[in-house]
Write a new protein. Structure first.
Length: 135
């Protein structure tokens, strides 16, 4: 038996993040939730620009339904670097899970998100994508 740690919010922002994550987890863990329900949950939790929310959304860039990955990338594009999602997006673009033909939309959404964030790190990724298309 492991006792669960009680997360005590230190600020109002922390409290908002924890509340949003709790609601998000409820939808994502529900056995009857549809892809549309999960997409809506990603969008809702992403309204709270907080490091904990970024940490919760990051894994959705690399696993699960392609539509969830695309929604996670688009949602992180709204974070305006507070917290900064650029490193997470770059890692997701390079992640092996997003390299198949079926995940092209994910890679495009990640590049779009990096562009919206005006991330200089996007330049080599865009050049790489162009090289792949031209090959």
């Amino acid at each position: 038996f492991h006792a669960q740690e009680q997360q005590v919010p230190k600020t109002l922002e922390d409290a908002r993040a924890l509340e949003a994550i709790e609601a998000f987890d409820g939808v994502m863990k529900a056995s009857n939730s549809t892809v549309d329900d999960r997409v809506a949950a990603i969008r809702r939790v992403g309204r709270v620009k907080h490091q904990r929310v970024l940490d919760v959304l990051a894994p959705y860039l690399n696993s699960g339904d392609v539509q969830l990955r695309i929604t996670a990338a688009r949602t992180l594009s709204t974070f305006d670097r507070k917290p900064n999602p650029v490193a997470v997006l770059v890692d997701a673009y390079l992640n092996e899970a997003n390299q198949s033909h079926g995940t092209l939309g994910v890679r495009v959404s990640i590049l779009q998100a990096l562009g919206m964030l005006k991330a200089a790190q996007a330049t080599p990724l865009i050049e790489h994508a162009i090289d792949l298309v031209m090959a």
